[in-house]
Design a binder for this molecule. Structure first.
Ligand code: ZN
Length: 314
């Protein structure tokens, strides 16, 4: 408690203001988009609805139903870490640490990734030098596949590499020794043991799908591969394949922005296959302006509602 309490009338006024702000910002808090302009970006109604209703995940609201703090109306609270940290800890290595410049995620080796580095960024900057907050800035849409026409729209391409190295392995040998076999569409692939159970569940979904619609088999006939220690083409950034958490499905049905004969998003992968992966926490490269439609990558934090309501900690 503060030592000099505010008059009751002022407290009541503050409480109503907080409730009003919570109401106005409820949509943004539940499904954060980078800014108002992004929220109004052209998307079909189904996709927008899907944004508002992420896959089954714990509620982003506080357990007791109390309104969540918002950057606009509540002073930063150094006493509590951003809620995203507790969520990240469920999926990755690291713990919350408070330093002179605010909250950071401290990795097992002692390195710290700031929650918010305070820089205003476009998507390319978020991808090149992300803080923790940038991971969640673009959200991740599920639902009906739609052409991606905004160059800023690359949800799931922001990866905090030190966090991935600390979680999945810092070298090819380390990752390689953590790979386990997983059955998928009648084949056996090697996948990181932390992500393997999710891929196994995808496999079960695909098996059921292929039973109903055998024609879908052509998208899974020759898999493009899982583990490969390599950078992302044309960059020095590490590919998710290097951590054993990504899989490329049949390359003969794939489209890739770098090798496309003409500019503009294109895709041949059917909705049912995308849904099967996304339902188990995999992002799909077909949701990206810089599309890579055979690519699926295990990113459970982007489907976990607890991670999607980051608290403005400092
Ligand atoms: Zn890939």
């Amino acid at each position: 408690m503060r030592s000099s309490p505010l008059p009751l009338a002022a407290l009541v006024a503050l409480a109503s203001l907080a409730l009003a702000c919570r109401g106005a910002d409820a949509r943004r808090t539940d499904a954060p988009r980078a800014d108002a302009a992004r929220a109004e970006a052209p998307r079909d109604a189904a996709s927008r609805a899907a944004d508002d209703a992420p896959p089954a995940a714990p509620s982003a609201d506080a357990p007791d139903g109390a309104p969540l703090p918002d950057a606009g109306d509540v002073a930063p609270d150094a006493g509590e870490p951003p809620t995203a940290f507790a969520c990240l800890a469920a999926h990755y290595a690291g713990r919350a640490a408070l330093g002179a410049s605010g909250w950071a995620l401290e990795l097992p080796g002692g390195a710290r990734i700031p929650y918010d580095d305070g820089r205003a960024k476009r998507t390319a900057d978020r991808i090149a030098s992300p803080d923790i907050e940038d991971t969640f800035a673009l959200g991740y849409p599920t639902g009906a596949i739609a052409p991606v026409t905004d160059p800023e729209d690359d949800p799931g391409r922001v990866r905090v590499e030190p966090l991935f190295r600390a979680t999945y392995g810092a070298s090819e040998r380390e990752v390689s020794s953590a790979l386990v076999p997983v059955k998928l569409a009648g084949k056996t692939v090697r996948f990181h043991r932390r992500a393997a159970p999710a891929l196994e569940r995808v496999g079960a979904r695909l098996e059921a799908l292929l039973g109903d619609e055998p024609a879908l088999g052509r998208f899974l006939r020759v898999l493009g591969g899982t583990f490969a220690s390599r950078p992302i083409a044309g960059t020095e950034r590490t590919s998710a394949h290097a951590w054993g958490i990504a899989i490329d499905i049949d390359t003969s049905q794939a489209d890739y922005w770098r090798s496309s004969p003409k500019p503009g998003w294109r895709n041949r992968i059917p909705q049912a296959i995308v849904d099967a992966f996304e339902a188990e926490g995999f992002v799909w490269g077909g949701r990206w302006f810089h599309y890579d439609t055979m690519h699926f990558e295990y990113r459970p934090e982007l489907f976990d509602g607890r991670c999607r309501a980051p608290r403005p900690g400092r």
